[in-house]
Design a binder for this molecule. Structure first.
Ligand code: ATP
Length: 616
C-alpha cells in the first residue's frame, strides 16, 4: 500500500537538461516541481477535505450539545441513535482513511521524492560545470549545498500542503460554521485574522533573509572544515592546527550569530502570537456568552465556537511555525541556488558536432588566456604541431605550460585566438568528442576513491581484464598492485586507493594514472611532468614505455627534467606566456638561449638554479 504512494512519482524521470536553469526562486521551484504537478493537486484537495472533516466534527459537537440539552434521553434514543452510529463509523473508519491518504501523499510521495529529484538533477548540473567553476569555490561548500537544498525544498512543499492548505481550508470552514450559527460571532474572528495576517507578514519579511544568511554561514563552515581535512598534511606539517581551528571557529561563530538572529524572530513572533490568540479566545467565547445571555445564541453555538477557538489557538502556533519554516526553507533554497542554479558557461556550441579526428594536427593561433586578469597565463601563442609530431614544452615555473595543455583540452574557454585540431575549432566540437581523443598524465594525478580496477577502467570502461593488466604491466604498476591490500581486506586490483589515491605513494599513483592513459590509447597524448614522481630506476623503465606509447601519436610533453624530452622532434620554450624558442635539442643548444642555459645548469638531468621552482 505505501509502496504505491512511494512509486507515484519517479524522481529520475527524463527531463530536458538546460545550461541556464531558472535563477529566480519561484521559476526554479516550478521547474523542479513539474513531475509532481498532479500529486500536488491531489494532495491540496485531500488536505482541504481533511480540514473540512475537522471543522465538520466541531460543528457536529455543537449539534450534539444542542440535542442533549434540548431533548430528553427517550427522544434521543428514539430518533438519533442511527445518526450517532453513522457518525461514529465515519470517525472510526472513513476519517482515518482520508488522513492516511493525506499523510501517505505527504510522507511517502512528496517528501522523499521531491528532495531526491532536486539532488539528482542538481548534482548532474554541477558536474557539468567547468574546471574553472570548481576552482572558484570550496568543494565542501558545493557538497553542502547539494545536501541541504533538496530536503529544504521537500519540506517547503510539505509545509504548503500540510499546514497552509489545511489552515486556509480550516479557517474558511470555521468562518462558515460561525456564520451559520450566528453571523455576529464571525466579527472577532475576522478582526483576529486581520491582525494574524499582519503578524505573518512581519515574520516572513524577516525570516527569509535571516535564514539565507544562516544557511550561507553553515555552508561556509562546511567549506572551511572540509578544506582543513583535505589538506591535513599541510596543516600537520606546518603545525597549524590552531590556525585552522581559529579559521573554522570564525565561521562557526558566524553561524551561531546568524542562527541566533534567525531565532530572535521566532521568539518575538511567539510572544505576539500568544497575545493575539488571547484576544481571539476572549473575543469569540466572551462574545458567545454575551449573546447567550441576551438569549440569541444556543449553548451548542457557544460550545462549538469555544472548541473552534481553542483549536485555532493551538493551530495558529503550528501554522506560524510551519510558515516560518517554509520561509526558512526558501532561504536555504535561495542559498543553495547560488550553486545549483548557476548557468553552465563552458558549453558545447548549439550546432557542435563530434570532432572528426583524422591525423592529429594541432594549431594554435594567437591564443590568449589570462584567467580573467590583465597579465599572466598565456599571452598570444602561435603554434602548429604536425600530425604525429612529438613536442617537448619547457619553461620556468608559471610560464604557462600547464595552462597551454589545459586549453587544448578546453578546460577553459580561451580569451582570445583559436585552437584547431585537424582544422576544426575545438570550441565548435563537442567537449566529450575532443577529450576522447586526448590522453593526459598529470603532474599530480589524483585517483578516485575507488578500487584500482575502477580507476584503471576509467580510461576505457569496456577494456577486458587482460587489456587492463597489460596496461598496468606497461606502466610498471602490475607488481605493486598485486601486493596492495586495503583495510577491508580487498587485495590487488580490488583494493581501494583512498581519497585522491592517498594510500599509494606518489610514484605508484602516477603509474596507475599512466596505465589508465595507456588503456585509453588516445591519439593525442599530453604529458605534464608524467614521470616527476618516479625514482630514476622506475623512470628509466617507464621512459621506454612512454616512448612506445608515443608511437604514432601527436605528443605534447611538459618536463623540467630535460633528459626526458631531449629526444623529442621539437622543443618549445615558453616564457611569460609566449613562445620564445622553437627547435630541436641541438638547434636550441646552438642558439644559446634559455634552453641552452637550462641544459647547461642541468645536473643529473634536472633544471637547476634559482629560476625554476622546487617541484622541478
Ligand atoms: P609549472 O611549471 O610551475 O607547473 P606552468 O608553466 O605549468 O608552471 P601554469 O600552471 O600554466 O604554469 O600557470 C601559468 C600562470 O597562470 C601562473 O601565473 C599561474 O599563477 C596562473 N594560473 C594557473 N592556473 C590558474 C587558475 N586556475 N586560475 C588563475 N590563474 C592560474
Amino acid at each position: 500500500m505505501l509502496g504505491f504512494f512511494e512509486r507515484l512519482v519517479n524522481p529520475y524521470v527524463d527531463y530536458q537538461e538546460t545550461d541556464t536553469p531558472p535563477t529566480k526562486l519561484w521559476p526554479f521551484m516550478r521547474e523542479y516541481a513539474r513531475p509532481f504537478a498532479k500529486v500536488f493537486w491531489v494532495t491540496a484537495i485531500v488536505s482541504v477535505i481533511v480540514a473540512a472533516v475537522e471543522v465538520g466534527l466541531i460543528w457536529y459537537m455543537g449539534r450534539v450539545v444542542d440535542l442533549l440539552t434540548g431533548l430528553s434521553p427517550e427522544e434521543i434514543r428514539a430518533n438519533y441513535v442511527t445518526e450517532f452510529i453513522l457518525v461514529a463509523l465515519f470517525v472510526l473508519f472513513l476519517r482515518p482513511l482520508i488522513q492516511v491518504v493525506d499523510v501517505a501523499l505527504l510522507n511517502q510521495t512528496i517528501l522523499p521524492n521531491f528532495g531526491t529529484l532536486i539532488r539528482w538533477r542538481a548534482h548532474k548540473h554541477v558536474l557539468r560545470q567547468s574546471i574553472g567553476w570548481f576552482e572558484n569555490d570550496f568543494a565542501g561548500r558545493i557538497a553542502n549545498r547539494i545536501m541541504q537544498t533538496p530536503p529544504a525544498a521537500g519540506e517547503a512543499a510539505f509545509q504548503v500542503f500540510d499546514a497552509m492548505t489545511f489552515a486556509v481550508a480550516y479557517l474558511v470552514g470555521a468562518a462558515v460554521l460561525l456564520m451559520g450559527s450566528d453571523p455576529r460571532l464571525v466579527l472577532p474572528l475576522i478582526a483576529w485574522f486581520g491582525l494574524y495576517v499582519l503578524l505573518v507578514r512581519w515574520t516572513m519579511k524577516r525570516v527569509g533573509p535571516a535564514s539565507k544568511a544562516a544557511s550561507d554561514a553553515r555552508s561556509t563552515v562546511t567549506g572551511r572544515v572540509v578544506d582543513s581535512y583535505t589538506n591535513i598534511h599541510s596543516v600537520k606539517l606546518f603545525a597549524h592546527d590552531d590556525t585552522e581551528i581559529k579559521w573554522a571557529g570564525e565561521a562557526i561563530e558566524k553561524t551561531r550569530k546568524t542562527f541566533q538572529a534567525e531565532m530572535r524572530i521566532f521568539t518575538k513572533m511567539d510572544v505576539m502570537l500568544v497575545t493575539l490568540n488571547g484576544f481571539l479566545i476572549v473575543g469569540v467565547v466572551g462574545w458567545g456568552i454575551w449573546l447567550w445571555m441576551l438569549g440569541s445564541a444556543s449553548v451548542g453555538v457557544v460550545a462549538a465556537a469555544s472548541a473552534l477557538c481553542l483549536r485555532l489557538n493551538a493551530m495558529t502556533g503550528w501554522i506560524m511555525w510551519a510558515l516560518s519554516s517554509f520561509f526558512r526553507n526558501l532561504g536555504v533554497i535561495s542559498e543553495g541556488m547560488e550553486t545549483i542554479a548557476q548557468p553552465v558557461t563552458l558549453v558545447d556550441a548549439p550546432d557542435a558536432k563530434s570532432l572528426d579526428f583524422r591525423e592529429g594536427k594541432i594549431e594554435m593561433q594567437g591564443v590568449v588566456h589570462r584567467y580573467g586578469r590583465d597579465t599572466g597565463g598565456i599571452d598570444g601563442v602561435d603554434l602548429r604541431v604536425e600530425p604525429g609530431q612529438k613536442i617537448g614544452l619547457v619553461g620556468r615555473s608559471g610560464a604557462g605550460k600547464t595552462t597551454l595543455v589545459k586549453l587544448l583540452l578546453r578546460f577553459y574557454d580561451i580569451e582570445g585566438g583559436t585552437i584547431l585540431v585537424d582544422d576544426q575549432d575545438i570550441s565548435r566540437v563537442t567537449q566529450n568528442s575532443l577529450r576522447r581523443q586526448i590522453g593526459m598524465v598529470q603532474q599530480d594525478s589524483s585517483l578516485l576513491h575507488r578500487s584500482v580496477r575502477e580507476n584503471l577502467l576509467y580510461g576505457r570502461p569496456d577494456a577486458t581484464e587482460e587489456e587492463m593488466i597489460a596496461a598496468a604491466k606497461q606502466a610498471e604498476a602490475h607488481d605493486f598492485i598485486l601486493d596492495l591490500e586495503d583495510p577491508e581486506g580487498r587485495r590487488g586490483y580490488d583494493a581501494e586507493v583512498g581519497e585522491r589515491g592517498v594510500k599509494l605513494s606518489g610514484g605508484q599513483r602516477q603509474r596507475v594514472a599512466l596505465a589508465r592513459v595507456i588503456l585509453k590509447d588516445a591519439p593525442i597524448l599530453l604529458l605534464d611532468e608524467a614521470t616527476s614522481a618516479l625514482d630514476s630506476e622506475v623512470e628509466a623503465a617507464i621512459q621506454d614505455t612512454l616512448y612506445d606509447m608515443m608511437e604514432g601519436k601527436t605528443v605534447l610533453a611538459i618536463a623540467h627534467r630535460l633528459s626526458t624530452i631531449a629526444k623529442m622532434d621539437r622543443i618549445i620554450v615558453l616564457d611569460q606566456g609566449l613562445i620564445v624558442e622553437d627547435g630541436n635539442h641541438a638547434e636550441l643548444l646552438a642558439k644559446g638561449g634559455i634552453y641552452a642555459g637550462f641544459w647547461a645548469r642541468q645536473s643529473g638531468g634536472f633544471i637547476g638554479g634559482d629560476e625554476v621552482n622546487e617541484h622541478g
